[in-house]
Structure formats: structure tokens, C-alpha cells
Ligand binder design. Structure first.
Ligand code: PMP
Length: 454
């Protein structure tokens, strides 16, 4: 008789063979270190101990249609039967996807595919430096652009370290980090001052137009406009990192919503509903620097770029978003959740700012406003994490880690939202009544500076 392996058995085996037991920086969550996923479909996943969760974490954002969307899975299977990675030339499907991105995303005149968002942002910065011959890169506090050195600082910092320069990793050459200026999001005056001082040396400004790596800060129009104007005036390259917002908020990304067009755009996540994809697109003169033909000078490569299964997934995702009311559905559910949660917390007298956009929602436990990263330091991290831990007991999965956003997909239903709102009321009430039962909640708040990757 074979014993069924429990989550803790499997997690222990994982820790013996895999450093930390997981394959990405933020998959091992305090209080959830024995979580072993065995199945996922639609709006749900299940673990090795037979628990089922309605999933609002959504793998940090890719499955806009839900897990294992049948149309996407069928397209991937079809690609697996008919074509494979050959590593030479281009496939018909790659041409179709590139044309679609050019048509849909305002800044994109030409586009290249990568396998991850980090590669896309890496190449965006490299080509900006090549095109301008300049050294400095500007990023914003609270924004995450991947794991590579130039952007590996100031995602989430401890309250006392806000304004300090906090690398997310050891092992980075200090001179790489010194070439990155960190400014405050939604601070147009700070941007103008930085350009006045360093403008002639700024190769690129990279920004999440909506910083979702700290939940949701909505950009002020004047701020995005200032980025555009200052970059144009100084001859710097403006990069919108739409790895989260691309496809999810609009097929044209936040640039279509805001009307502010960057020079380069990075995408990923939702554009292939969970298959490993990234994309870098933008002005033809910049993108042509990657060309392997004469005139190109910036090296670009990747064995798996444009993998047929991934491209098939992206085309199927796009087809579904265009032919079915995907955005209408997720926006309606997102609105219901934001309104419903605000009512629940207000009814309990619990100070909360419930924000987000479209399918993305987050409840900070603080008084408003939530305009800047500094505002988020008022969020009660132990309430934020403790509340989410209690949601787990109701079969609702929102990542129990400070400042993380949640997502609804096309697979979530109105009934799922009803259950979420009931669970929210119960979890918040219990947390208020007995807030300090979670002894290790401080660890889970990750306000410690280091190791914040999403
Ligand atoms: N940019 C943003 C805005 C992201 O949120 C992420 C991932 N969370 C990345 C870039 C990096 O993408 P990847 O993890 O696919 O390398």
C-alpha cells in the first residue's frame, strides 16, 4: 500500500533538491511553506493536501482568461502537433503576432519576442543606452522590472529606508547600481529636477505606468505627461513597462488608456495567458538597432524566443479577448469586488483604501490617500497579511504578503465574488477580534528591503 504523499512530505523533498524549495523568489511564503500545487483550472487551484482555493493571486498576473483556458490549451496542443522550435527563420504565427502587437499597441512600430519580461526590460535599457550613448537610467520607487542588475533596487523598502538605495540582491556591481537613479512615482517636480541636473546623461526612464508591484498606484496625468515631455526635451528614451498592464487593462496597454505614448514598451504575462512570453516593441528607428542586417548594432538573441507553443497561446488569448466579452467581464467583477470590499470594511469601522483598476484589486489597511509609494507606508502590514491568511481558511487565495495585488480572470464568476465578499467580512472581523494570533506575520510583511521579487 503506497502512502499518499502529503504537502509537507513533498515540500521537504523540494527543499532538499531546490534551494529554498521553490523556483522563484516569492513562491515561498511565510505560513505557506508546505504548499504543493497539484492541479489548476479556471479560477481555482488545488494542493497536495486536497485543499481547493479560488485563485486571486493568478501567478502574479498572466492568466487573464483563467488557468488552462481550453481555447489556449487547444491552440498550444495544435502547435505541438504541427510545428516545433527550429531556431532559424520565422514562423507564420510569429508574423501574425508581431502584426497584431503593431496594430494594437500605440508605441509599437516593430516588436521582438523574448521568453520573459525581465529579458524585455533588459534589452530595452541596452538599446536605449546604445541609441543615446548615455549612461544613466531612471526608475521609480515601488516599480519592479525584473531580476537584472540595472533595475534591481527599491521595489519595497522598510519604512525607515524609504529614500535609501536598496538593492534586491547581493552580487551586483556597485557601478551598475550607481548608474540607476531612483525617483518617486507621481512626483512630477522630482522628475523635472532630476532632468535639470542629469538630463544630458539620462539614456532612459523606465516606469510601470501603474505600479502594480506595490498593489496599485494610479498615475496622475501630469506625472506621465511630465515623463513624456522631459524625455522628449532631453532626448532620453521613455520605456513603459507594461508587463502587468499590457492586455490586462486594455489590448493597447496603459498607453492606450492614458494617451501618453512611450518610445519603447515591454510586455509579458497576460499576453500569452501563462505561457512564458515577453515582448519589446516601439519606435522603428530604435527597434531597427536590433536588426541583424546592416545598421543593426545591438545584439539580441534567445533560443526559445517566439516558441511556437507560446506564440500559439498568445494568438489564442488575443482572439478570445477580441471575440468574447473578456474585459467587460473582468472589469465588472473587479468593480463589484472594489465596491463590495469598501462596504465590508466600512461596515466594520476598519480604515481601508480599496483600489485597483479593471481586473486588479487591493485593499490597503490605512486611511487615504494612496497616491505615492510613501503613502503606502501607512498600510498596516500585519492586518494586510493576517487578513489574507484568514481568507485562506475560507478557500480564497490572495497572496498573504504585504502590498501584493490580486486579480480576477474571465473564469471567475459572480458567485465567486459573493463568496469572496462573505469571506472578507469573516476574515476582517476575526482579524479585528484576535489580531495578534499570527506570530510570524512580521516576516510575511516583507518590509525588510531585500528579496522582493514578483
Ligand atoms: N516588469 C514588471 C512590471 C513585472 O511585474 C515583472 C514580473 N513581475 C517583470 C517586469 C519581469 O517579468 P518576468 O518575471 O517574466 O521576467
Amino acid at each position: 500500500n503506497q502512502r499518499v504523499l502529503s504537502g509537507s512530505d513533498l515540500a521537504e523533498r523540494a527543499r532538499r533538491a531546490i534551494p529554498g524549495g521553490v523556483n522563484s523568489g516569492q513562491r515561498s511564503i511565510p505560513g505557506l511553506t508546505d504548499l504543493v500545487i497539484t492541479e489548476a483550472d479556471g479560477a481555482r487551484f488545488r494542493d497536495a493536501d486536497g485543499r481547493e482555493y479560488v485563485d486571486y493571486h493568478a501567478a502574479f498576473g498572466p492568466p487573464l482568461l483563467g488557468h488552462n483556458d481550453p481555447d489556449v490549451s487547444a491552440a498550444v496542443a495544435e502547435a505541438g502537433r504541427t510545428v516545433d522550435l527550429c531556431g532559424v527563420g520565422v514562423t507564420t504565427a510569429e508574423v501574425e503576432l508581431a502584426e497584431a502587437l503593431v496594430e494594437l499597441v500605440p508605441s509599437v512600430e516593430k516588436v521582438l519576442l523574448t521568453s520573459t519580461g525581465s529579458e524585455a526590460t533588459f534589452h530595452a535599457l541596452r538599446v536605449a543606452r546604445a541609441a543615446t550613448g548615455r549612461r544613466l537610467v531612471v526608475k521609480f520607487q515601488g516599480c519592479y522590472h525584473g531580476w537584472h542588475d540595472a533595475v534591481s533596487l527599491n521595489v519595497i523598502s522598510a519604512p525607515e529606508r524609504v529614500g535609501a538605495r536598496d538593492p534586491i540582491s547581493a552580487g551586483i556591481l556597485p557601478e551598475v547600481l550607481e548608474a540607476t537613479l531612483v525617483l518617486r512615482f507621481n512626483d512630477a517636480e522630482g522628475v523635472r529636477a532630476a532632468f535639470a541636473e542629469y538630463g544630458r546623461d539620462i539614456a532612459a526612464v523606465i516606469v510601470e505606468p501603474v505600479p502594480h508591484n506595490v498593489g496599485c498606484l494610479l498615475p496622475e496625468r501630469e506625472f506621465l505627461r511630465t515623463l513624456r515631455d522631459e524625455c522628449t526635451r532631453a532626448g532620453s528614451v521613455l520605456i513603459f513597462d507594461e508587463v502587468i498592464s499590457g492586455f490586462r487593462h486594455d489590448l493597447g496597454g496603459w498607453q492606450a488608456i492614458s494617451g501618453i505614448t512611450p518610445d519603447l514598451t515591454t510586455m509579458g504575462k497576460a499576453i500569452a495567458n501563462g505561457y512564458p512570453v515577453g515582448a519589446l516593441g516601439g519606435r522603428a528607428d530604435l527597434m531597427e538597432l536590433f536588426s541583424s542586417r546592416p545598421g543593426g548594432s545591438v545584439f539580441f538573441a534567445g533560443t526559445y524566443n517566439g516558441h511556437p507553443a507560446v506564440v500559439a497561446a498568445a494568438l489564442a488569448t488575443l482572439r478570445k479577448i477580441r471575440t468574447e466579452p473578456v474585459h467587460e467581464h473582468v472589469f465588472r467583477l473587479g468593480d463589484r469586488i472594489r465596491t463590495g470590499l469598501s462596504e465590508v470594511f466600512a461596515g466594520l469601522g476598519l480604515p481601508a483604501v480599496v483600489t485597483g483598476y479593471g481586473s486588479v484589486f487591493v485593499a490597503y489597511f490605512m486611511t487615504g490617500p494612496a497616491r505615492t509609494y510613501d503613502d503606502l507606508l501607512r498600510n498596516d502590514a500585519s492586518m494586510f497579511v493576517g487578513y489574507r491568511r484568514r481568507l485562506l481558511g475560507h478557500g480564497v487565495f490572495e497572496l498573504p504578503l504585504n502590498l501584493k495585488r490580486s486579480h480576477v480572470s474571465y473564469a471567475h464568476t459572480e458567485t465567486d465574488v459573493d463568496r469572496l465578499l462573505e469571506a472578507a467580512a469573516a476574515a476582517a472581523r476575526a482579524q479585528l477580534a484576535d489580531g495578534d494570533v499570527l506570530a510570524d506575520v512580521a516576516d510575511a510583511s516583507t518590509m525588510g528591503g531585500v528579496a522582493d521579487r514578483c
